[in-house]
Write a protein that binds this ligand. Sequence first.
Ligand code: URA
Length: 434
Amino acid sequence: MIPQWIIERKRDGHALSEEEIRFFINGFTLGEIPDYQMAAMAMAIYLKGMNPAEIAILTDTMMRSGDVIDTSAITKPKVDKHSTGGIGDKVSLILAPMVACCGVAIPMVSGRGLGITGGTLDKLEAVEGYRCDLSTEEFLRVVDACGCCITGQTGSLAPADKKLYALRDVTATVPSIALITASIMCKKMAEGIDSLVLDVKWGAGAFMKTVADARILANSMVSVGREMGKGVSALITDMNQPLGRCAGNALEIRETLQCLAGEPCDDLMEVTMALAERMLLLAKKAPDAPAARLMLQATLDSGEALAKFKEMMRLQGANVAMLDEPDRLPTAVLQKDFNALRGGFISGISADHIGRACLTMGAGRKRTDDTIDFAVGISNLAKIGDQVEPGQRLLTLHANDAFKLEDAEHLVAQAFTYADEPVARTPLVAEQMG
Ligand code: URA
């Protein structure tokens, strides 16, 4: 097969055969097809798209480019959750222990944030000693011992994706439904799960700006997962404002502990519950959503979910004393409230500006090799629809550098919009599939 002929066929809008897709991706992974041809192919896919059968083959080929974890020794149903991500999204940290308490195994391979705030692994690393570089054996041991484990992607999990993602990043080919679907699903399918729940975010702070676009991505991922023989559900959830009241790594660990301790966590817990319910239904642990919710609530009320989170963290090397006494978590030297500039109803909170403020203070990475300041970020964040008086606190900034704090203040000042009349809140779960 000749690579340029295959590129030409995709460029002209034809569906590629299984042989063509496997030849191209395997050749690229092995270094036999150079980056410039893969870049041209990625652009052809971006422009012409792929049909569901092509996307399923692309996903399968990328999954098989590395190890597929053998979880057959774990007898419990194995279910994971994937989110397309957004500011303040710490759902995995709360959901994994809750669902594990209900008899489901959650072998979760997670990522780091490259965007404006840290990813799941960065948040967990705010706790001293926590290891996300487990070998496959260690990973399976933790899942077997406590029901859940959150670790990082090893070099042998879907290497084709790692290579292709780096190329997409610099060739303006990231936002392709086919390529996003294959990239996300190949990693999840390599975890050896039975079922998957997808949280596809829509809104100003998400990759997908409209429900319609989020629906297209969700449909694509659901159909590929099912084609590959897995149970898949998807929720389309709101990311028009940050999720929860904190953004920043150690601050989000504190918020996680509060949620697991049963303290009111409004929108954050509502999204967590909705996703966790779908996981219990896919695992056939509950007959319907209300029954699933009761089971999940019981894990919070009994303190079991909080204990499970600590157990998972201990098994992954964390200093659990920091979780028993959250004051021992990294804490910023400077804390300053940002107050409402006028009275009225909050009509918008730009997740992008809040995220950029966090990044400015050091909560995320501008480059892949940047180090993160775990202590910094924001807390006490107001919510869209809140009625505020002039001068009322809208959030608290946490920084370790006065200049960065000032820059962050300018950014958060642009994050809020106000209305004179009450503002309706958009539903947190816009749609559900499966
Ligand atoms: N996350 C991924 O893992 N891959 C993409 O292409 C987009 C988001």
